[in-house]
Design a protein around this ligand. Structure first.
Ligand code: ATP
Length: 319
């Protein structure tokens, strides 16, 4: 669990972060979202003391981080920096082994763990261990950076635009792998991004920042449907339709759909999926109508493109 209370950072005249507070529950992911220069990276780096806060308090797992030596604190927090931060003259295996060496693990232990992690990240040890970062693609480098941050299994991970340097296709792919990794599921994560879609996909909670302050924090759905001011509303305007369909699940609008006759089709879809995924399914299968299943009520409903659009509109009107 991470608790940041009224943290601020001043760089001479620049108030980069101004009285920011948030909490991240154990096992949750908090996303710091906002445009360039709003203070996301400074906020993140204050959590592992790469930047010293000017004022405020930070607790990580009930310990005040200012009572710990920064270099010891950092060994217990995984960190993926912008543009991966790999050492160019270290091989993949050497890059991954940096923290375990500081922690004085045995050679065998380091190798065993590196093999296991690189395999999980689709970088087979035999092929990749002795390569240098510049011999890898951007996506592969990002996976090495992730392996390096994960090897000591820290309970907390800080990630600064971890997929920022990747092209959109690789980005979506690495992000999907990232969400599927069992090792990451239990971790408490703070992730910085300026990508709204990424924030919605990865964040249990999202803090939208502007000019060093948090403008609104909450779930993606709260930010979309209950914006607290004009800034929040307009921040999402460009991608509004897409984000609404992504953040609403069939469960949220279950009553808007027509009950289905069980005998006609097998349900392909669970109601915990987003309306966007429903639309994708219709398009991929080239169907006008599909059936969705809700396990809690053991009921089936039909959905069509129009029904999805109407359900989303009706949800908005109800809010
Ligand atoms: N070392 C520094 N000295 C002076 N000003 C700084 C320093 N680091 C950051 N700033 C300023 O603090 C503000 C916040 O910067 P920060 O890097 O936290 O923003 P950001 O939201 O992470 O932006 P980006 O997405 O572009 O990385 C900016 O105005 C930046 O110019």
């Amino acid at each position: 669990m991470i608790i940041a209370e009224n943290i601020s950072k001043k760089f001479r005249a620049v108030h980069a972060v101004n009285n920011v507070s948030f909490e991240v529950k154990e096992g949750n992911t908090l996303v710091l979202l906002g445009t360039s220069g709003c203070g996301k990276t400074t906020t993140l780096k204050m959590l592992n003391r790469l930047i010293e806060a000017t004022s405020g308090t930070i607790y990580i797992n009930e310990k005040n981080i200012f009572d710990q030596k920064p270099e010891f604190l950092r060994r217990t927090i995984g960190y993926v920096s912008q543009n991966n931060g790999l050492f160019p003259h270290y091989t993949v295996a050497e890059n991954v082994a940096i923290v375990p060496k500081l922690l004085k693990w045995s050679k065998t232990e380091i190798i065993e763990k590196t093999v296991e992690l690189l395999d999980q990240l689709k970088l087979p040890f035999a092929h990749f261990a002795n390569k240098y970062p510049n011999e890898l693609s951007g996506g592969q480098q990002q996976r090495v950076a992730l392996a390096r941050a994960l090897i000591s299994d820290p309970p907390v991970m800080l990630m600064d635009e971890p997929f920022g340097a990747l092209d959109p296709v690789t980005r979506a792919q690495v992000r999907a792998e990232f969400t599927a990794m069992p090792l990451l599921k239990r971790k408490t994560i703070v992730l910085v991004t300026h990508d709204i879609q990424e924030a919605f996909e990865l964040g249990d909670a999202v803090c939208l920042m502007d000019k060093g302050k948090i403008v609104q924090s909450g779930t993606a759905k709260e930010l979309m449907f209950k914006p607290e001011n004009e800034f929040v509303k307009s921040f999402f305007d460009q991608q509004r339709l897409f984000l609404e369909l992504k953040s609403l699940t069939f469960d949220d609008v279950w009553n808007e759909f027509e009950t289905a006759d069980e005998t006609t089709q097998t349900p392909l879809f669970l109601s915990s999926k987003s309306l966007w995924e429903g639309m994708e399914k219709l398009s991929n299968l080239n169907k006008n109508r599909l059936i969705v299943y809700q396990s809690a009520t053991k009921s089936l409903k039909y959905f069509t493109l129009t029904a999805i659009q109407n359900a989303a509109a009706s949800y908005k009107q109800g809010k």
